[in-house]
Write a protein that binds this ligand. Structure first.
Ligand code: SF4
Length: 280
């Protein structure tokens, strides 16, 4: 049994909260740079230039990439041969968020209750997903999830007969209707199968996949590619101002489901793709 003091987890979460808000995902920026060569709209190209310049400035000046410093999402994969000491894991994660948002001068964007809506001022609590995994390690995944894009996320129960075509149509229609609201160029995390909540969970998890890495299932990888191409033909473009750079990548995760159901969740990620991962 390996022992980990939860104070180490607090320190790692603090660091991830600050660094990911200052340094947007570098793979994302590289893809935006590459997209400039193919962007047909002058306004779209101008916006891509502004986005990449903003990324460089935020990193150099150590300021948040976006004023919306996001809802803190944490996936904690805890090895079953780990013993955590020094307090509760949940408290340790939230303390890391609290310190990171305070010390990094990051906006507190969380309210204590969906109806009372009093700002907690330190971005806590995080939304935390725990998983018990084999081994003696703890892996923490952090995302600062922008709400313009989260608000454009949906879950639907399709009919099995809708099939692949229905999945593609649902995604394309949704991206088109969302327009500039999710701050494109976007990353699409899609959960297919399971139940309504499982589809939502795997859609979120798919956003942590290395950017643009295809699904290991060739059938799903082909669907990812077809959706990406179709989304980029919608003409939504950077920030919804028109153009052919609407989506940077499509990640699809699947799970077995009931014979009578085809759940789908589309979790939309904006160009402020801020995430980090650490293993203890
Ligand atoms: S959706 Fe993303 S890019 Fe748009 S304001 Fe929110 S965090 Fe910033």
């Amino acid at each position: 049994m390996r022992t980990i003091d939860v104070a180490d987890i607090t320190a790692k979460i603090r660091e991830m909260a600050i660094e990911s808000n200052y340094n947007v995902d570098s793979d994302y920026v590289e893809r935006l740079e590459a997209a400039k060569a193919h962007e047909s709209s002058p306004l779209g190209l101008r916006i891509l230039n502004q986005i990449t310049e903003n990324a460089a400035l935020a990193s150099a000046e150590r300021v948040p990439y976006c004023q919306d410093t996001g809802l803190s999402i944490v996936f904690a994969n805890v090895g079953q041969e780990v013993r955590l000491t020094g307090g509760s894991l949940e408290d340790a994660i939230n303390e890391g968020i609290r310190q990171g948002y305070r010390d990094g001068y990051l906006r507190g964007s969380v309210v204590n209750d969906p109806l009372r809506r009093v700002n907690t001022k330190d971005n806590t609590p995080a939304v935390i997903h725990y998983r018990v995994v084999p081994g003696d390690r703890v892996t923490l995944y952090f995302a600062a999830k922008g709400t313009g894009s989260e608000n454009m996320s949906i879950a639907r129960m399709l009919k099995p007969s809708d099939g692949r075509e229905g999945v593609v149509r649902t995604v394309i229609d949704h991206v088109f209707e969302s327009g500039g609201n999710p701050c494109p160029p976007i990353l699409l995390g899609i959960g297919l199968g399971g139940s309504i909540e499982k589809a939502a969970l795997i859609a979120k998890w798919s956003l942590f996949r290395p950017l643009g890495r295809p699904s290991p299932d060739p059938l799903v990888a082909e669907l990812e590619k077809d959706i990406l191409d179709a989304v980029n033909r919608t003409g939504v473009g950077p920030m919804g101002m028109g153009g052919n750079t609407t989506c940077i990548a499509v990640h699809i995760e699947t799970y077995p489901c009931h014979i009578g159901a085809l759940p789908i969740c589309i979790n939309v990620e904006c160009h402020a793709h801020r995430h980090a991962e650490v293993e203890l």
